[in-house]
Design a protein around this ligand. Sequence first.
Ligand code: GCV
Length: 661
Amino acid sequence: MKNFLFTVIFLLVTGWSVASVPNEDGSRLWLRLDAVSSRATISGVKCTAMTELQTFWKGGPVVLKRQKGMATDSYSIKSQGNKTVITAASNSALLYGAYHLLRLQQMGNPCTGLNIQEKPTYDLRILNHWDNPNGTVERGFAGHSIFLNPDPARMKTYARANASIGINGAVLNNVNAKPEALSAESLQKAKGIADQLRPYGIRVYLSINFASPIKVGGLKTADPLNADVIKWWKGKVGEIYKLIPDFGGFLVKANSEGEPGPQDFGRTHADGANMLADALKPHKGIVMWRAFVYAPQSPDRANQASLEFMPLDGKFRNNVIIQIKNGPVDFQPREPYSPLFTSMKKTPMMVEFQVTQEYLGAANHLCYLAPMWREFFSLVKPNSLKAMAGVANIGDDTNWCGHHFAQSNWYAFGRLAWNPELTSEQIADEWVKQTFSDENGKTSEKFVNAVEKIMLDSREACVDYMMPLGIHHIFAGGHHYGPEPWYTAPGIRADWTPAYYHRADSIGLGFDRTVNGSNNVSQYPDSLCNLYNNINTCPENLLAWFHHVPWDYRMKSGRTFWNELCHKYDDGLQQTRKFLAVWDDMKPYVDAQRFKEVQHKLRIQTRDAEWWRDACLLYFQTFSNRPIPQDMEHPVHELEDMKNFRIPITMYENPVCGFTK
Ligand code: GCV
């Protein structure tokens, strides 16, 4: 009762109450400014920036000025008397400036006395949609493809959201590309989308199937050195540019996971990429050629990309960029960086992050990914890369991303692609304030602090309850949701099973990638190679990535490795319970709809964390033969029940929930 009275008094004093917060469904993303009733005077260049400011800007007059010679997409914002002047070399850069101003307004920050200069680190900041022609989205957890029947209003919000964070490119279709992506009908569709995105400075790109000359063109081969094949691609590229004059180029997954590629014809990745690059060059198009390659017979998948691509370093045309996943395996909750990033010296590279949470709880878990991406940039210098790509988490769900907080990952991706030096805290602060502020740009401090803390702690919590201490690839087969460290299937490739990675036995756990093992460590610069190679200096959060760690190995905490593992799993679970409790407390500060929807997801996450802890600890215990430590909560599920449990979904869906027995 006392608490209740206190809360009521607090809410009255601070002016916060549930009743004053109308329900929201998340469809407006972080762009929640209402159209103004009386327009400010916006003068100068007539462009999308002008329309946006006329519609949403509540401040004094704004002048939009074009100035030649400024760097691509850079802008300045200066207060001059009662006016604000945005200066840039292009309309899209003016738009970025306009959104900067609107962001300040929406966050409730001062919009006077401004003297801002901005210049993006990368010219190309691009989303990769893994959308299929039938509307499914591979590893998509937020409904169907927004491009299936592009709704103009939805396309406009998509374009505005991207432009507001500086994203300027979108690959419209899955890297597992169907040949029909290049059919006349698909290209017409791509043209329609390109026309809708162009006013917001976004260019479209397509993933292509390397065998298209055979499958679409009716040729007998797709050999990149064959004259007919070369001619076919030139013709196809010409056809695309007639429809989409500012078409960006191609993204290619070749000779990977069953996709066709130049190696099918005895040629190299460079032969394939260069042939496409030559066709695109006259139109200023580019090729983003993925380095995500691994052969089933490889003794260590983590070695593969370097083995295939290092001999080709320097052999690519200058309009080819090698697109490399951040880690050497596959978007795991924690991986070291892919060693290609520091070893390829003569080839332009870009990083591919996964915004969609394939291995991080899909659209059910709150996992803010900026800390993970910042961790990557702590070892890979941002200016050693040309561009940044993110596998989108966007679908036709009302709230776009399936989970309200998954929107923060789309936001963070764009902001980091603009400036990889921004801190996770700063990005979270921007997103929370814009996404939850009231119509006056105000957000309760208590809410901001509590929610930002959840976000900032969330990635490490996910690592802890899923794959701590360097463990990786122990997720469920097929849809990849939940734990299945025991997973195998008849005839399956070894490198698609968790045992290939965790190597649990009576001695210990983890993959020996030292010089005495797969020698993966030697792909890193000497200083890191030495650090990772020695079990006593290897960062503990990567221990089982690089070492087969004995169960009784003494950790820095003084615990044995087994006991530490148990505690890590339990710590992760306890964190999710805290997140839920903190969110429960946030009810007065957020509209009822979003409050309930997030609460529902946090409840799933908490149950899933318990499932992960129990499944992994009970399974690994069959190898360690050691007890669960007494000073932590013990598993509550039966291993057999969890082993018999399967979620009946495909890789195109978000599960309703995880293990519930
Ligand atoms: C698009 C992983 C995913 C696949 C994905 C692939 C890739 O293997 O599970 O769904 O395919 O990565 O990035 O190409």
